[in-house]
Design a protein around this ligand. Structure first.
Ligand code: PAF
Length: 286
């Protein structure tokens, strides 16, 4: 498995592969890999085949964290991540540093950002106003470095995937975006690197996110229901958990991300819930 630490190094590798007609599948991550990431790597492998190459990037991108968020304590375990990548048959890991990705940022030496102006405004963008600007910027930079034919993102970050798909089309990146299903713990909690922050009480109550999804799915299975009614029900479910605080719950069209007033089969639901300082998100089709 190759390790590249600069955009120039991974681009060099990608160009050599491309000259030989080899397809590149890419999984961008912030590390602290878990089974959910492994499933994205397997999707990338399936798409490019055994003759293709799979690249994983591991980079905790500072520009997608607000100053009050968890950048400094974001979990990291590079040796374990590299072991997992090797075990999954990854061909190359792109491992840039802040100095390489944003040289001189604090001293005004870096000043270019990519902003998506529609899909990124609600939900995560409403709660974390600078988040998607950081995500689209770093993903554009990663695409330019890795030169993938296909990039795989998790459905757990549905809005992120939609924003990146739009950016990819709008900026004419010559690659396909694939969205792979959310991986869950046996009790339904969506896998996330941030789950490690939860204490036992919070962990036990965190299952409320997937329970809320299931309950809303059950209720709209037979008839359309006003979003306000479902929102009240989710608020009640979350309030019943002493360690939980609802950030938002939204019902929306899965493609446009526009809120829907009456929720039916085919609508999508997303929610964010705080457990202490830890903020968990989940979403699913109804
Ligand atoms: O989903 C993530 O882990 C991050 O937002 C991403 C896409 C790797 C960009 O930093």
């Amino acid at each position: 498995m190759r390790i590249a630490k600069t955009p120039a190094a991974i681009q060099r590798l990608a160009r050599i592969w491309k000259q030989d007609g080899v397809r590149i599948g890419f999984v961008p991550t912030m590390g602290y890999l878990h089974e959910g990431h492994a499933s994205l790597i397997r999707v990338a492998r399936r798409r490019v085949g055994t003759a293709g190459k799979v690249v994983v990037s591991i980079y905790v991108n500072p520009t997608q964290f607000a100053p009050n968020e968890d950048l400094s304590r974001y979990p990291r375990d590079l040796p374990r991540d590299l072991r997992m990548c090797r075990a999954e048959g990854v061909d190359a890991v792109f491992l840039p540093s802040d100095a390489v990705m944003y040289p001189g940022r604090d001293a005004g030496g870096y000043s270019t950002y990519v902003v998506e102006e529609r899909l990124s405004l609600g939900m995560e963008g409403g709660s974390r106003p600078t988040h998607f600007r950081g995500v689209t910027t770093v993903v554009a930079k990663l695409f330019n470095a890795v030169l993938p034919d296909i990039a795989v993102f998790g459905a757990k970050d549905w809005q992120q995937a939609a924003v990146i798909r739009r950016m990819t089309a709008d900026l004419n990146f010559p690659l396909r975006i694939e969205v792979a299903p959310t991986h869950r713990e046996p009790d339904g909690l969506a896998m996330s690197s941030r789950n490690v922050y939860l204490n036992p009480e919070q962990r036990a109550q965190a299952v409320v996110l997937s329970r809320a999804l299931r309950e809303c799915r059950r209720r709209v299975a037979r008839r359309r229901i006003p979003a306000t009614e479902l929102r009240n029900q989710v608020m009640a479910m979350v309030s019943a958990c002493s360690a939980a605080r609802l950030d938002y719950v939204e019902f929306f069209d899965p493609d446009t991300l526009e809120p829907v007033a009456r929720v039916g089969k085919g609508s999508r639901m997303a929610l964010a819930v705080f457990f202490g300082h830890t903020r968990l998100i989940d979403n699913g089709g109804l």
